[in-house]
Design a protein around this ligand. Structure first.
Ligand SMILES: [Zn+2]
Length: 236
């Protein structure tokens, strides 16, 4: 009978390699910015959706930028909303085309899905994403090459809101407790590829969270400006 310990350790390593926020085993990935400045990045995944305009309104009211990791399929479903995000000056990232689990895909399939998203985003917004947030935070074989070919760097998060299942109150409490210099905060303006998803708790959480963090002295930056303040090529 094989010794179960190395097997358990191997499984734990794979689980971390695939989903750990600080793992770069399958592809280069960043999960926080520099701690020296009181700045953070607010990021949204799974959009655009019918709820995105309400979030844009809150951001505009407070004049803060954010980064939206869009799914190509959602961009094609709601191109005007995607354009509105870009037009308001927010950064746009790649969150895949169809929100698949990458571990179910071949390297060629991963490359094809991410490339399709990159083309859909460019066609409808004029923006070429430089950051990739892998669906479900799952990285897999083939991602390193796909990222390199598409000019993408992986971006995880410092704190995730679980806003697809928590109440607005719980999301605000959770994110406020985890806000820190250089933090990358992850919320969701959509719910995978769902049509008219209920993102009400997210919208309400953003309404409360943005002024709260501004009062605490935080400056909001896009991911690129948070990670590359002088446009230095290192992480960029
Ligand atoms: Zn997602």
């Amino acid at each position: 009978m094989p010794n179960p310990l190395p097997i358990a350790a191997g499984c734990a390593f794979m689980a971390w390699a695939v989903r750990g926020r600080a793992s770069s085993v399958f592809a280069p990935s960043v999960w926080r910015g520099p701690a020296g400045e009181r700045a953070l990045a607010l990021t949204f995944d799974d959009g655009p959706s019918e709820s995105t305009p309400a979030i844009l309104e809150v951001l505009a009211r407070h004049e803060v930028p954010a980064t939206f990791f869009m799914c190509g399929a959602n961009v094609e479903r709601l191109p005007a909303v995607a354009r509105a995000v870009a037009g308001a000056g927010h950064e746009i990232g790649n969150h895949s085309y169809g929100h698949p689990y990458l571990f179910l895909k071949t390297p060629a399939g991963i490359r094809a899905d991410l490339g399709r998203a990159q083309r859909a985003i460019l066609a409808h917004t004029g923006a070429t994403p430089r950051w990739l947030r892998a669906p479900f935070g799952v990285r897999w074989f083939g991602l390193r090459r796909a990222q390199a070919e598409l000019g993408l760097t992986g971006l995880m998060w410092t704190a995730i809101g679980y806003d697809w299942k928590l109440s607005a109150d719980e999301v605000v409490t959770r994110m406020a407790a985890r806000a820190a210099n250089g933090a990358i905060l992850c919320l969701h303006d959509g719910r995978e590829l769902r049509v008219k998803p209920d993102a009400g708790p997210t919208v309400e959480a953003v309404r409360r969270l943005v002024p709260l963090l501004l009062d605490q002295g935080y400056r909001f930056e896009t991911v690129t400006r948070l990670l590359c303040p002088k446009n230095s090529p290192s992480a960029c």
